[in-house]
Design a protein around this ligand. Structure first.
Ligand SMILES: Cc1ncc(COP(=O)(O)O)c(C=O)c1O
Length: 405
């Protein structure tokens, strides 16, 4: 229940800031591992993980150690100078991912912008597209962030409306349909930019043949295949990258969220030397991108995915989570989509709305949120144990039983 302290803190956010988010009525003040506590010390199981940014769990002890150590040594320099952390981080991320080069940024949207700019440069300078004509093909239902250019190719009205004039050069086609991509390609096409699984659209998993077909089409037409794995990447789906479920290799990869280990915004665009060498001095950058603290945290976050077995745990616990939800045989569940610890539960809106279900989960100690009206997203930290997950499953069952009787 919301009390006076929570109420006054909630009001402050609303009075002194615009309501561009609609948070659930809980005021959190601390978190550790998979657990979070509100200002009244009520404990919750975090099944949101900061939209997949807290894959390592809150305040991972090793990341906390790195954070303290690096911030007391050197945290910010700008890219006007070399540092002893950036090179080792770039080496780690390129070796782990198999890409030749990495351009570091901060937020996810910045990394998407970086991918767009890099693709356009490659198109003009390598592919020799006529000046000013480069096009990028995207998918309906996409979510790639909130900058003016990125929302220009969103198909969600509220993300776009009255933020124009919009940036030209993008074409949205049907998600999951490779034919629509091939039909849209012309001599000016620089890249295809898609999510291997659409997160914000409601954990939409495309047909198994989609990514391999898109790969083939992009190769055939000399078009870059760029995947946005800001949400799906870094173990979230039970593989290091979601595209590895399809045994393909994209030409460019965008990462963010969990790269910052739950501590800070860290993102990047990975690609080949052929694409990234065009990003010469003065063409692109960011004061904070690749800063020593971010580089140290990101390097260790990547290493811990393997050292702590987070990718395997995501697969193991994800399968168990999905199976346990299905075994509840609840009339509320219409469908469960997703891979690893990234589930979208499609609920029957005649029984309860997504918003009300999220609120009931909250009352029962589960942090989760609907995406669109009828999908509840469950994405706990990848460090979750079976015991912790069972705790959550019991609570979810309690909620479902309360609704259906
Ligand atoms: C697939 C995808 N791309 C881009 C973004 C934008 O990232 P950020 O909010 O860090 O700008 C998100 C955020 O949810 C995302 O899920």
């Amino acid at each position: 229940m919301i009390n006076d302290i929570q109420n006054s803190l909630i009001k402050k956010e609303s009075i002194f800031g615009p309501d561009n988010y609609k948070p659930l009525p809980v005021v959190l003040s601390k978190a550790k591992g998979v657990w979070a506590w509100d200002v009244n010390e009520k404990k919750y199981l975090d099944m949101m993980s900061g939209y997949s940014a807290v894959s390592h769990g809150h305040a991972h002890p090793e990341l906390l150690r790195v954070f303290h150590e690096q911030s007391s040594k050197l945290s910010l320099t700008s890219r006007a100078f070399y540092t002893d952390t950036l090179g080792p981080y770039l080496e780690t991320i390129t070796k782990m991912s198999g890409f030749e080069m990495c351009l570091p940024m901060n937020s996810g949207a910045e990394a998407v912008e970086t991918a767009i700019k890099s693709s356009r440069r490659w198109a003009y300078r390598t592919k020799k597209v006529e000046p000013g004509k480069a096009e990028i093909i995207v998918a309906d239902g996409n979510f790639h962030g909130r900058t003016t250019t990125i929302i220009s190719f969103s198909t969600d009205e509220n993300s776009r409306d009255d933020f124009g004039p919009h940036t030209p050069g993008f074409l949205a086609v049907k998600y999951g349909c490779s034919e629509s991509i091939e039909a849209a390609i012309n001599e000016n096409t620089a890249a295809v930019l898609i999510e291997p699984i659409q997160g914000e659209a409601g954990i939409v998993v495309p047909p198994a043949e989609y990514l391999p077909e898109v790969r083939e089409i992009c190769t055939k037409h000399n078009v870059l295949m760029i995947l946005d794995e800001i949400q799906s990447g870094l173990g979230r789906t039970g593989k290091l990258f979601a595209y590895q479920h399809s045994n393909i290799q994209p030409d460019g990869l965008i990462l963010g969220k969990a790269l910052g280990g739950g501590f800070m915004p860290v993102s990047c665009f990975l690609s080949s030397e052929e694409v990234l060498h065009w990003m010469n001095p003065g063409s692109h950058g960011s004061t904070f991108g690749g800063n020593p603290l971010a580089a140290a945290i990101a390097k260790r976050s990547l290493e811990l995915l393997e050292e702590d077995g987070l990718i395997e745990n995501s697969k193991l616990m994800g399968d168990y989570f999905k199976e346990s939800l299905l075994n509840m045989n609840s009339k509320i569940i219409k469908e469960i989509r997703g891979k690893g610890l990234w589930l979208g539960v499609e609920i029957d809106p005649d029984l309860i709305s997504g918003k009300d279900l999220s609120k009931m989960c909250l009352d029962h100690g589960i942090l989760c949120k609907e995406t669109h009206e009828t999908t509840i997203r469950f994405a706990p930290p990848l460090v979750i144990t079976k015991e912790e997950l069972d705790w959550g499953l019991d609570k979810i069952k309690e909620v479902f039983t309360k609704i259906t009787g």
